[in-house]
Design a protein around this ligand. Sequence first.
Ligand code: AVJ
Length: 305
Amino acid sequence: MTEFAADVRAGLNKSRKELPSKYLYDELGSALFDAITVLPEYGLTRADERILARHAREIPREFSMVAELGSGSGKKTRNVIEALDSPHYFPIDVSAPALERCQRELESLAQVTPLEMSYLDGLDRVRSGRDGEALLVLFLGSTIGNFEARCRAELLAQVRARMREGDGLLIGFDLVKPVETMLEAYDDPCGVTASFNLNLLGRINRELGGGFNLRAFAHEARYDAGERRIEMHLRSRIDQTVAIRGANLCATFREGETIWTESSHKFYAEEIPRMARDTGFRVEAQWVDEEWPFAESLWRAVGSG
Ligand code: AVJ
């Protein structure tokens, strides 16, 4: 059984059904995500781009290697690469089409070595071929918000463990904003985010021989104020049973029951320095977009003392 099949099986067997959000990004899912980034209601990506366009030149030029966790299309990264001295660039992504686009976008500016791997395996690879050069790791777009608090600290510590003292981490955090604004961003009136979410069931149908009728599920975005996170769910419109051959599974849904497909945590700018300190970094610079509250934070790896 593939990892995808095993994760689908495990997630749908839970009493609160869930599916890992990383599987939202197959070819269609990545295209739908790109459409999300240009929705008027979804300001996150534009805020990220504005900050990088304004402030990338303030990043110290000493970094001659850049590794990016989840490269996406490479559009935001251009500003960073242009601000440095033609660095060697290693986009790390599990999506081959995303890596190809990213390479095409940036190969005129830098030597590009795409790594189709998980974040940590990719960083291991970057590290293995390394001499004395300073490394800048990019983790843009508030992807860190898709990890639960405990996994988040663990991931940052694992990233730190693959860096040297003095290396940099440029990391984006989407900040808390009015609830209405956040809900609109994750439940846009055009239905693009709904399609992005429903496509996860479509992907299960295509890759695992699933029998989901996408029309029998509804997209839902909720804000949990206590956890400070937007959640995406898929709500079953009817009582139904769905067979998924490739996962060796028959899942039963009651009307109104949901599958939890993504969490997107929102942060306070004031909590970022503590997060850095707790995981082996110190904040060197931080920029906040005023139009769409979003923080870009430049961290330095410090000695473990
Ligand atoms: C950019 C991956 C962090 O959580 O805002 C967009 C993904 N999900 N709309 C986010 C997403 C629904 C996005 N990340």
